[in-house]
Design a protein around this ligand. Sequence first.
Ligand code: CAA
Length: 258
Amino acid sequence: ETTFETILVETRGRVGLITLNRPGQLNALNDQLIAELNQALDVFEADEGIGAIVVTGSEKAFAAGADIKEMQAKTYMEAYKGDFIASWDRISRARKPVIAAVAGFALGGGCELAMSCDLILAADTAKFGQPEIKLGIMPGAGGTQRLIRAVGKSKAMELCLTGRLMDAEEAERAGLVARIVPAAELLDDALKTAETIASMSLTAAMMTKDCVNRAHETTLAEGIRYERRTFHAMFATHDQKEGMAAFTEKRRPRFRNA
Ligand code: CAA
């Protein structure tokens, strides 16, 4: 059992729950937190009993960005040699579905972390933004790339250039978040959504998210080809035979993740 200092890690049924936990700093993301988050992801990904992962923060903040105090004195050579921010990429390479449950501030690196998950559920209190410009810098963990894909060029450009925050309503309208949930129900809803995903064939869920994410990385024609090959591969799985047999026999499927 690993103990973490900046995150809380729990298992709820087939769902792995990671809670960012630096309450005094509004969950500002520092090297330690990212390292611990990555370690927890490694453990959940290796655990056959886990079918989906939820990442959440506190009522007040999902995460208020990269830790400004930790970055302040950094030099170019330190940033370059240490490949600053590269380790933040782990979550976007997770093979199991990852849900970000966002209440309060998701700013800068916090917004980027949420966007690195597969889907975002937002409390009605959620506020999203890329305010780095106000610090004399720019987003460095995917903000200029992922936000435009989520909300389009004009809104992404406006948010990145002015640092303006966007509330949950605007974020949902723009397509950044899947759904808005009353703040008090956010965690339950996220866990329920994750449990639903985790009750499916994990193989099918992993292949599905792989294909959806591929859409951002390739042309339509290549993406369609990739999807079709992956779809073909599903006919080699136990779970395809079981899922379709269960439908025909009017019973619940018993997926084996195989
Ligand atoms: N880094 C370090 N500490 C932070 C922090 C951050 N990103 N955000 C908040 N904190 C700390 C504050 O310094 C404060 O600590 P002290 O009590 O020791 O002073 C504590 O958290 C509470 O914050 P506030 O008192 O500021 O709370 P508030 O409710 O008045 O304001 C806020 C909330 C508007 C989110 C404000 O904290 C804020 O603007 N935070 C910074 C947001 C930001 O600029 N994020 C981008 C960071 S850069 C980045 O992320 C780069 C990248 O792309 C990877």
